[in-house]
Design a protein around this ligand. Structure first.
Ligand code: C2E
Ligand code: C2E
Length: 175
């Protein structure tokens, strides 16, 4: 693809689909799933206390964290799944042909991988060090309960995400 088209589709910090492009890819998958009546799930992931990383360690450290999480998602999720970044510290994943129990297991796998993540950083003095102890909260919504319309799925996943945050973070909540 020409560079101008790539940059219109990809988020430059992480290389993931940006919100608008993700929306288009996810809509295609959802209409296919609706026709075939296959179960589909949306995962909304938000990094916990991300503002602290930016405030305490600076924006470059924040960017390294976002890139590391994006790489983790790309290597822990199947190629056919649709991963995107919604801006800020929020990521979104559409899982085609996935049952609710599988979606929950995948969300837990991702949550555990984030908690085990070590992000290489450099101190102001130029010393290498690792950032550990990052966590994420994840809300999951399934077509079985919320249908095949993207806005309803995203709204449900967002409520579940808020519930995960409210219950102490580093949690997966099913809508
Ligand atoms: P599992 O890890 O317990 O996953 C159970 C089912 O959840 C999978 O059944 C699949 O339907 C769904 N699933 C799990 N992870 C993903 C994912 O990242 N994306 C999507 N779209 N669906 C996912 P399936 O395909 O019959 O696989 C059965 C078992 O085979 C898996 O159990 C796992 O132990 C193994 N497996 C399959 N593919 C891979 C893989 O690429 N890597 C690894 N490490 N194991 C795999
Ligand atoms: P992929 O399907 O794109 O999956 C990418 C990564 O997502 C996997 O890396 C794994 O970390 C995670 N993943 C995907 N599906 C599952 C699953 O069902 N369970 C679990 N626990 N993790 C899953 P990984 O394991 O290094 O595999 C790399 C590639 O090798 C996969 O890319 C896939 O193309 C192939 N592969 C590995 N195991 C299997 C398998 O059991 N069945 C099939 N059909 N392909 C597999």
């Amino acid at each position: 693809l020409p560079q101008w088209r790539r940059s219109a589709q990809r988020d430059s910090k992480t290389g993931l689909a940006n919100a608008m492009y993700w929306d288009r890819l996810a809509s295609v998958e959802l209409s296919r799933a609706r026709e075939r009546r296959t179960s589909t799930a949306v995962l909304l992931l938000d990094m916990d206390h991300f503002k602290r990383v930016n405030d305490d360690l600076g924006h470059l450290a924040g960017d390294s964290v976002l890139a590391a999480v994006a790489l983790l998602l790309r290597t822990n999720i199947r190629r056919g799944d649709v991963v995107g970044r919604f801006g800020g510290e929020e990521f979104v994943i559409l899982l085609p042909a996935t049952e609710p129990a599988e979606a929950e297991a995948i969300a837990q796998r991702v949550r555990r991988s984030v908690a085990a993540l070590r992000v290489p950083l450099t101190t102001a003095e130029g010393q290498p060090h690792e950032l550990v102890g990052l966590t994420a909260s994840i809300g999951v919504a399934t077509s079985q309960r919320f249908g095949y319309e993207l806005p309803s799925l995203l709204a449900a996943a967002d409520s579940a995400l808020l519930a995960a945050k409210g219950s102490g973070r580093n949690l997966v909540t099913m809508a």
